[in-house]
Design a protein around this ligand. Sequence first.
Ligand SMILES: Cc1cc2nc3c(=O)[nH]c(=O)nc-3n(C[C@H](O)[C@H](O)[C@H](O)COP(=O)(O)O)c2cc1C
Length: 195
Amino acid sequence: MTDRTAPADHPIHPLIAARWSPRAFDETRAISAEQLATLLEAARWAASCFNEQPWMFVTARRHDEPEDFARLLSLLSENNQSWAWRCGALVIGLARQTFAANGNANAMAGYDLGQAVAQLALQAVAMGLITHQMRGFDIARARSELRVPAGVEPMVAIAIGHLGDVSVLNETYAAREVAPRVRKPQSEFVVRGRF
Ligand SMILES: Cc1cc2nc3c(=O)[nH]c(=O)nc-3n(C[C@H](O)[C@H](O)[C@H](O)COP(=O)(O)O)c2cc1C
């Protein structure tokens, strides 16, 4: 496996540099209930607007909860299913769209869910696990199949597991697995003082 560490332009924490989104999961290795609980605990301690904690997570572990796992997997796009079926656990991240206290719209709900998922992803790296976030899933079907309550928005699917060998992937995905990791330079997104 080629080195996937982010070639950062400035020194960053090794945990951040080591996070990436593989598709080659090791299908033989399970995610335990304890591991998943720790990942969700990392999400739990994210910051959120007014400490609303608008995130929700629907989870299924492949080895121990095969029916639930199959239901979550079936929501993914065909392309995502083609590799994600090997992961140890699937999680759907959802965001409650209103504040519990007054019912007002919470414009920051998706932002807060994203922070929680970022923490989950870094916790996974610390535990020697991998994650791959996906927007490629059927939101309408997620609503019905997962009985999502009104006012809660399914936003992201997350595959969690152990890194496997690149040879399990088809040619296209195998190439992406070893392609250089790229980012825009800071000069394209950092504005000093004002636009
Ligand atoms: C919200 C979100 C949605 C994504 N959706 C998909 C997806 O449906 N399928 C996929 O293969 N990758 C998906 N990705 C992975 C991105 O392509 C990946 O994070 C990006 O290319 C940067 O690569 P890195 O995570 O390895 O640094 C998604 C990532 C995020 C954060």
